[in-house]
Design a protein around this ligand. Structure first.
Ligand code: SAM
Length: 300
């Protein structure tokens, strides 16, 4: 069952949390000249028009990226992410009739306000010899992404199950790298499937950084995730970062955003701590904000 469309949620507080961490990890990989590879297991459509019908319907981006952009002072660690978002302009060659974001195949609406999803955030930070593999299962999201990415020889797109695909494709030829897993959690089994996939991939590719995003709901499915990630024998440790409302979620409404990061790069814990303390008070959560951060497995 694939009912989720990220266009309704692009640029919300969870995207800000996840994508600011993503940019910091990529910036760390860029510090060495040696190439790196990224695997994005659940890619979405690539980028989103925030003036589209989908985005306007929920308006979630107003309490996420727009709230952050309104602030005069931001933590230093957020600057690379915000610069990337500010500079993002989609390549018009990727436009096509009837695309998922509500565009009609003509020139972008005016004034255009676009938010890049994970594949385009990574693409912006790839160098000549770096590589990105993206997987997406939803037929129309896949087609949209395919049109938008077609011209980049550094990127491979597969219409494939991201959980199974990840385990089958690691380790990649380029051994420095990052795996981003950002499922849609259409079904509650996604929590366990995500954890099992990352645990199996880590056995084959132990040096990579893995980042899993998960929604914090009142049902508490995330607690099982914490248990499973606590068992991963990662030499670089396992870091957990959560921004959530202490209460106020209500049935089906997301209380908060969580990240589990296996082998986080040096000083990411400090950077995320600063970001989390700040975001908790700036973004639109469904109740009073709480920021939690801890090592589930200590780095050796
Ligand atoms: N990572 C994207 C970003 O940051 O912009 C957003 C991804 S969205 C939360 C999740 C995506 O995963 C959806 O587009 C959905 O169609 C896709 N999806 C759902 N189940 C999948 C699976 N088993 N394998 C690959 N993609 C899947």
């Amino acid at each position: 069952m694939l009912s989720y469309l990220h266009g309704f949620h692009a640029g919300n507080f969870a995207d800000v949390h996840k994508h600011s961490a993503l940019v910091l990890i990529l910036a760390h990989l860029q510090k060495k000249a040696k190439p790196f590879s990224v695997i994005d297991t659940h890619a979405g459509a690539g980028w989103y028009d925030l003036s589209s019908v989908q985005a306007q319907k929920t308006g979630e981006w107003q309490g996420g990226i727009a709230a952050v952009q309104r602030e005069a002072q931001v933590p230093l660690a957020m600057v690379p992410y915000l610069d990337l978002i500010d500079d993002f302009v989609p390549d018009n060659r990727g436009f096509g009739a009837g695309s998922e974001d509500g565009s009609n195949g003509d020139e972008p609406s005016v004034p255009p306000l676009y938010y890049p999803g994970s594949p385009f955030i990574v693409q912006k930070m790839l160098r000549e010899d770096d590589h990105l593999t993206v997987m997406e299962l939803h037929p129309r999201e896949y087609e949209t992404l395919d049109r938008r990415l077609y011209h980049d020889r550094r990127v491979t797109l597969q219409k494939r199950d991201g959980y199974e695909g990840l385990v089958a494709m690691v380790p990649p030829a380029i051994r420095r790298g990052l795996v981003l897993m950002d499922p849609s959690y259409d079904v509650k089994q996604d929590y366990v499937r995500a954890a099992r996939s990352i645990i199996a991939a880590h056995r084959r590719w132990a040096t990579a950084t893995y980042m899993l995003w998960y929604p914090i709901l009142e049902d508490g499915f995330d607690l099982e995730l914490h248990d499973m990630f606590s068992q991963i024998p990662a030499t670089g440790g396992v870091l957990c970062s959560e921004i959530a409302a202490s209460h106020g979620g209500g049935k089906g409404r997301m209380l908060g955003s969580g990240l589990l990061i296996v082998n986080p790069p040096y000083q990411l814990d400090e950077q995320l701590a600063n970001i989390g303390d700040w975001l908790r008070d700036v973004v639109d959560l469904p109740g009073p904000g709480v920021h939690f951060q801890d090592w589930l497995v200590k780095a050796q």
